[in-house]
Unconditional design. Structure first.
Length: 66
């Protein structure tokens, strides 16, 4: 299990690379707090958005488009 303690781009890019099986550069991601879950972060990369939880769990955020 990988644990993310802070929104540190190189670590999150590495986790996202493992999750998506694609090369993710720290410079290519945007990180912001996730107000819905304490200690987790929204990670914007490419055209998708992901949530990284404090335990290192990554999940894709479903689009809110109608």
């Amino acid at each position: 299990m990988k644990i993310v303690y802070a929104a540190e781009k190189p670590s999150i890019a590495s986790l996202l690379s493992d999750y998506t099986h694609l090369s993710v550069s720290p410079e290519d991601i945007r990180i912001s707090e996730n107000p819905d879950e304490t200690g987790s972060f929204y990670v914007g990369w490419d055209i998708n958005r992901y949530i990284v939880s404090p335990s290192g769990r990554i999940s894709a955020v479903k689009s809110r488009r109608s």
